[in-house]
Design a binder for this molecule. Sequence first.
Ligand code: NA7
Length: 531
Amino acid sequence: MSLRKLDVVIVGAGFSGLFLLHKLRSSGFSVAVLEKADQLGGTWHWNRYPGARCDIPSLQYSYQFDEDLQQEWNWSEKYSAQQEILEYLNHVADRFDLKKDIEFNTEVISARFNEEKSLWEIKTSHGELETKFCVMATGCLSAPNTPDFKGLDDYEGQLLHTGKWPQTQVDFTDESVAIIGTGSSSIQSIPVIAEQAKHLYVFQRTANYSIPSNNGPMDPEQEAEVKSRYPEFRKENWENGFGIAGMAIEEMAVEDDEQGRKEKFNHHWENEGLGFLGAYADLMLDKEANEMAASFARNKVKEIVKDAEVAELLSPKFTIGCKRLCVDSGYFEAFNRDNVTLIDLNTNPINCITSKGLMAGQEEYSVDSLILATGFDAMTGALTRIDIRGRKGISLKDQWKDGAKSYLGLGISNFPNLFTVTGPGSPSVLSNMVPSLELHVQWISQCIEWMRDNNKKVIESTKAVEEEWMTLVNEVADLTVYKSCNSWYNGSNIDEKAKEFLPFIGVPPYTEKITEVAEQNYQGFVFDKTN
Ligand code: NA7
């Protein structure tokens, strides 16, 4: 039997994969989306832990490619819950008749570039196929990190990971529960689990900053105002550093007086969520300014948490914002409950997981459920976990072992006709993800169309341009405080990973750059290189 041949294979049916399918199919290409899960949604399918919610406001965290869609869809809350985002994505898929071209339960095992034929050979859990282009729409936070805890396999209770939460309802009523990690997933789920569980033990290695979401029903007036000028609203947001509303401030914290800072920080604490960091322009640029915001946030923890010792343990010590800032609904308040206990892993490290629970310090905690809220191999994990082989059989994992290099987060040398959506070297996780991925989808589809129209078969990045680009990515980061702590932005949450800062900071210059590259016939990329 001959192999099925396609123009484009898209890996992943999340926000990026769905829009790519729509775009490329509308342009006349034969396309299939390969999806490991039994349904669409990507990150929003897997992360269905209690309290899972987007921390970018709903009116911004949505597609803008179709005006009717953005006018007709109504979000029920200021910040959308996971379930509603999944409903939205299903609506989009039905509206544009996308499901017929998505192959569910289909895991990509390997992708190999055949230099003779200039085709990608894709091997999946269901068979093989060939494609001219392969687009990895695999997400930035989609490869869960399971630390190598001694004895993990011995645990006999219910073992869960926030990043691959079961589809069936998990009920913690009358249970004792342990959760390891205090990043965003844990911070969102703790208040909900605490309400159900008999007892919740929180195992913390690093205290985290979190800003109250003040979530609530969508304000109809605000919704109407935004919808009356949606394209303009999107454009305004896109023109500031992170592509998120409320961040375009020019005032400096170090130039304000104490009272002024107090008022401004309070206002942003109560209203802005992630936009807390937009209170002043210098918070992420200047350590002194950053410390002003950090100490304000630490004082808030001490105001909320009644037990002074617990409050001190929950007070973060690092530069605010250099680990991904969290947004919560009652996180610090949960530690005022009698059924929540905080365990500091710095003084009581996890010795091992036992059949009944875990040993931390000298104590064994017996629990019915053990939750790993230990994050992801961010930005590159979903790519390096697939056996991707480019020219001369080079493996992507090997090529990236000393650090992921990419030209613009879109193309990788030695991997022709392979594109990444929101790849390393693009603003991605340091921006509003949906407009960022829309920008990439538009760019990639236009590039593939341009190649068809201009009779080009193969496009690839070069070592030289990606070296230059990633040097710039790091030089820009050096101007900020982003490198001042361990974070998944720089790979420090995964032992074996190269410690390199991966996102490009600055939506407007990045947008300008990739637009210019496209206008100049994909300057920096090489076409139809001989083998
Ligand atoms: P994060 O933000 O990476 O958080 C993971 C948490 O797990 C964090 O507190 C880690 O502590 C902790 N962790 C990781 N490994 C261990 C080990 N071995 N022992 C103890 N604790 C550990 O992931 P999330 O899923 O919460 O959030 C990811 C993103 O999703 C989030 O930023 C939003 O963008 C949405 P550490 O800080 O490394 O000391």
